[in-house]
Design a protein around this ligand. Sequence first.
Ligand code: GLN
Length: 487
Amino acid sequence: MPDPLYLLTLTEARDRIAGGKILPSELVDACFSRIARTEKKIHACITLCEQEARKSAADMDGKTPDPGKALWGIPVSVKDVICTKGIRTTAGSRMLENFIPPYDAFVIKRLKDAGAIITAKTNMDEFAMGSSTEFSAFFKTANPRDTTRVPGGSSGGSAASVVAGQCFASLGTDTGGSIRQPAGLCGCVGIKPTYGRVSRYGAVAYGSSFDQIGPLARTVKDCALVLSVIAGYDPGDATSCDMPVQDYFAATDRSGLEGITLGLPVEYWREGLSPETEKVCRAAVDTAVKLGAVVKELSLPHLSYSIAAYYILASAEASTNLARFDGMRYGMRTGGKDLLGSYTATRAAGFGPEVKRRILLGTYALSSGYYDAYYDKAARVRRLIAEDFAGALEHCDALLAPVSPVTAWKLGSMVEDPLALYKMDILTLGLNLAGLPGISLPAGLGPDSGLPVGLQIFGKAFDEAGIIGIGAALEAALPKLGEPEAL
Ligand code: GLN
């Protein structure tokens, strides 16, 4: 029996379509069979786009694959924070439960132009605030490798859908780690691009100076291919950079790491890592050395302030971004006896507890009298952290760090303790404060839990190709995780 189609990598599926060996409909079929089989266990999707997907695939079946379209006939899922024309986009919130965008986000246009087929809108923490996908207003997503555990977040539905074989790639967003961390906890690859590399046009805003859209997929090559489709200048996003896009796919051809210097920031490798995380990630560093890399320790002295700085700044930005949800312009409306009553009733009913917590925190940090002590101070600390990263990257090609201090934890075990959950982001937030690119890839299974351990590679601004190359070389030499047994 040949392996089922859903086990192909995106690149293999694309090659088979290009070679006329399979049709887009067969891939779409394979994904929806997989959704039918796994969705009851993992709950990765908020909205399925089955009819539309089957129709697009049938239309494409009769056509010759266009070699200029990198994702011709490839099923892809999309985090439900990215606007899809005519398809409900909830951002994981009751507030937008029935919101049907009248337009496509920039990245969705790019996906469609490249021939991709959207299969589903994936579950997420409400407005992308969270690290476990337990703050979705609708339901919790489970980790495909152990359905009693969290998939990570906030793009947990995207990571779970990729690992469960429901699609060949997914788009997520990373404001403080939400692509890299679920990729790490579920055991797939995720890329957080440099701030400004991918347009945010049409992504529901959380922390606008942090948010970036990026791919999750089963291999580095697959992520590189999707990134090459979505990266590029967009005049519709004022922070999008008009810089040439590197050839990310070609960058994956690297095999060894000769001539590469990798920095290990000591702050990422000290206390707080679970023994198995440390063991698996240290083994990955040894692998890098065997591949020819020179590894050296260095320090990012201000990194320990990243949780405090991030949660002030991101909440401040969230509090202003979410002010638009007043029941008048978007989404739900709950009547009140007057205008103010309607605003407050709508916001009380529409937002969940974590979002309310962030709005309160952010509004407080921005209020007069506290602005200097909190917001302004955090903005200064952000600058120092960015300088630490830039300084470290002057002396090496990339930095290595674990993704999460622990492997996937039990569903429900931390949801009542927001601070404990914030602390879980300790290894991802720094990169977002600095605006730099990072890739997360599986380093192996933890010997104690049997669950995936992720490794991050941080790069210089706009050097996605550099970290993709290093990631591809490492991926080839690191242990393979295999298929999730829980499904
Ligand atoms: N866990 C972080 C937060 O809750 C990051 C989320 C994200 O990257 N969207 O803010």
